[in-house]
Each structure stands twice: as C-alpha cells, then as structure tokens.
Design a protein around this ligand. Structure first.
Ligand SMILES: NC(=O)c1ccc[n+]([C@@H]2O[C@H](COP(=O)([O-])OP(=O)(O)OC[C@H]3O[C@@H](n4cnc5c(N)ncnc54)[C@H](OP(=O)(O)O)[C@@H]3O)[C@@H](O)[C@H]2O)c1
Length: 356
C-alpha cells in the first residue's frame, strides 16, 4: 500500500492540451496530487482552477521536477527536448504529448487500447510518448481489424481542426472567419497557419519534407508501424487543415490480406473499447465534428466495402483531437500505469542509471 498519493505535474498547463488534462484529471478522479503547473514566462504567476483550488503557474525554466512522480508535457517539441529530458533526469516519469521522442528506440509510443503492454517495464529514458492526434483514432480502429485480417495498406485523407495548432490556432480561425464576414476586401491576416483558414482548406500541416510529403503525413506512417508493431504496414496520407474549431476527421481506405465484410467490421468495432459505430441506416447517420463535440469516444461511420475488392473498405472517423488525440490518451497511460503498478513510480534509480 502506498503511503502517499502519486504526485503529478503539467508542463504546458495553460495550453489547449494542458487545460484539457486538468479537466480530465478532475473528471476521472485519479488518486493523485497535482504538485505543479508550468508554462512559459508569459504565464508565470497566472492562476488556474483545479478541483476547489486556484493553483499558480510556474515558469518551466525554474521548475524543479524532483519529487514529481508523473510529469505531463505539452509545451511543444523543442521545449520537451530540453525540459522533459531534465524532468526525466530528475526522476519524474514523463508522459510527453509532443513529437520530440516518439520514434526514439528507448521511448514507448503508447495508445492504451492498442499496446498497453509497452508499459510493462519502466523505460530507460523515463519518457513515454503520446502519438500524433490523427494517428491515435486511426490505429485504434485499424488494430482490431489487423488482428482479424492483417492490414496491408492504408490511404488516409485527414480533415484536421484548428485546435490541433493549439489555442492560437482556434483564435486565428475565428479571426480569419470574422475578417471575411466583416470585410471581404481586407488583406487576409495569418500567422499560426500558412494561409488564412477561415472559409478555406490548407493541404499542408507541419514541415514540408524533401519527398513532397509533410511531417504530419510522415508521422502517421512511422507512428502507426511502431504502435501496432507492424513494420511492413503501408500507410500514405494527405493531411489537410480545415476551418473546424475542434475534432479531427479522416476518410480512410484500407486493404487487408484476406476478405473482410462490412458486417465483420461493424462487429469488430462494436466490440472495441470506447468506439461508437454509426451503422448508416439513414443518410444522416454519420459522425461530424460539430455533432461529436467534446467526446471520449472514437466515432466511426460511412463503413463501405469496396464493391470491386472484397479485401478493401472505406471508413470515416471523427474524434476530439485535444482529448482522444492528446490529453485523454495521456491520462489513460497514467491510469494504466497506476493500475498495472509494474514498477515503482518513485524508483529514482533508473533515471540515475540512465545517466541523464
Ligand atoms: N492540440 C492538439 O490537438 C494536440 C494534439 C496532440 C499533441 N499536441 C501537442 O501538444 C503540445 C501543446 O499543444 P497545445 O495544442 O496545447 O498548444 P497551445 O495551446 O499553444 O499551448 C502551448 C502550451 O505550451 C506552453 N509553452 C509554449 N512555449 C513554452 C516555453 N518556451 N516554455 C514553457 N512553456 C511553453 C504555453 O505556455 P504559455 O501560455 O505561457 O504560452 C502553453 O501552456 C504541442 O507539442 C502539440 O504538438 C497537441
């Protein structure tokens, strides 16, 4: 029996993911104590409500992670490369929402509904990575299909919400929408996105790579392979930013190695944890970002077998990118760790042994 509650901290506590983490830790009633909130110097001193208390936000630069058991990081990849490493070296087990460590060998990349077994041993890095927000719902649907009939290849087109770029992404969508409504003639203003998002779609998310794909598109391939332990799985994607405030969607075409029917798929997903299946009995029976709202489920609909290929099918998926794609996945990793108790969360020796 533990004598003390698990001590948690959040870096990036004032952002879209950080604030959602706070809501989730409150809603899900984890047996924990929140011992620190950190953000940039801009927010240091600000107060944030958690349960019935107002907690002060610290400057991450000065925040000491000694004595923290689990540290959630969502302050951007460059910040994690410095401060999540520092937190891990100070003995905290880091659950990182950024892309900084996802593909590193010593870092498990975890979606608890798919590969919770990757948490069985404390990673030598002291860091567990959360996958990309479009990858999480897609692997949650692909993995049970893969176990029924191995998935050979996937073509995905994503429709990603402004909140994927954080609170400033939502603000910029709102502003650029108002700009058009108020004064169609004004020169469009944009900074967070590479083009104005209001009344527009932008087929380019994150850095452009030498092969013409974007980093966002590359992440889906590499991360899915790692999470599903499927090194030959082929995934190709076009990732598009759309003028939606929250919830990412994707249209996904899947080819399996063996025949699979629509009835098989509906049955597989009806039996999958935290998935809602829209069986499409009427034309309006599909998930959409506005209808799904802030939800803890992965919503799948428009399930269609390819009429010319009985091993292939389409589906349409919608999920809350800030919850399912980041904060909820991170909290579910923490819950899995607390339930499994595979190691002592306070074992500082491992961090020291890793020489960090
Ligand atoms: N939004 C999503 O759907 C989503 C999904 C998956 C992963 N992620 C990842 O999660 C991370 C955060 O995303 P977000 O959407 O929450 O962004 P956000 O709304 O822009 O929030 C960023 C947070 O990071 C803090 N921060 C920024 N620069 C910092 C610095 N130099 N030092 C310390 N703190 C700093 C900000 O603090 P201030 O308030 O002081 O600026 C804020 O708390 C990103 O790496 C993102 O890729 C986001």
């Amino acid at each position: 029996m533990r004598d003390q509650k698990i001590r948690m901290a959040i870096a990036g506590a004032t952002g879209a993911v950080g604030l959602e983490l706070l809501r989730l830790l409150e809603e899900r009633q984890l047996d924990m104590e929140l011992v620190g909130l950190a953000a940039s110097a801009r927010s240091a001193g600000r107060s944030v409500r958690f349960r019935d208390q107002m907690l002060k936000v610290s400057d991450l630069e000065d925040f000491d992670f000694s004595g923290v058991d689990i540290a959630f990081f969502s302050a951007g990849a460059s910040v994690s490369r410095v401060h999540a490493r520092r937190a891990a070296a100070q003995g905290a087990l880091v659950i990182d929402n950024t892309s900084a460590f996802r593909m590193e060998r010593d870092t498990p990349l975890v979606v608890p509904q798919v590969n919770v077994h990757a948490l069985a041993q404390r990673p030598i890095s002291n860091i567990i990575a959360n996958p990309n927000c479009s990858t999480i719902p897609i692997v949650r649907l692909l993995d049970p299909v893969h176990r029924f009939s191995p998935v050979k290849s996937v073509i995905a087109s994503t429709y990603q919400a402004a909140s994927g770029a954080g609170l400033t992404g939502i603000e910029e969508l709102d502003a650029s929408t108002r700009e058009v409504l108020d004064d169609g003639g004004a020169a469009p203003q944009f900074k967070r996105f590479i083009a104005p998002l209001g009344f527009n779609v932008i087929p380019s998310i994150d850095a452009l790579l030498a092969d013409g794909f974007t980093l966002e598109e590359q992440k889906m391939l590499q991360e899915s392979r790692k999470i599903m332990s499927a090194p030959t799985l082929h995934i190709t994607a076009t990732c598009v930013r759309v003028p939606v405030r929250n919830c990412h969607s994707a249209a996904v075409y899947v080819q399996c190695e063996r025949g699979i029917t629509r009835a098989d798929l509906l049955k597989i997903w009806r039996n999958s944890p935290e998935v809602r299946v829209y069986e499409g009995a009427t034309a309006d029976d599909f998930p959409s970002p506005r209808m799904v709202g802030s939800s803890d489920l992965v919503h799948v609909g428009r399930v269609r077998q390819d009429p010319e290929n009985n091993k292939a099918f389409w589906f349409w998926v919608v999920s809350d990118n800030v919850r399912i794609g980041a904060a909820l996945n991170a909290v579910q990793i923490a819950e899995a760790l607390l339930n499994m108790r595979p190691f002592d969360l306070r074992n500082q020796e491992i961090a020291v042994a890793a020489g960090m």
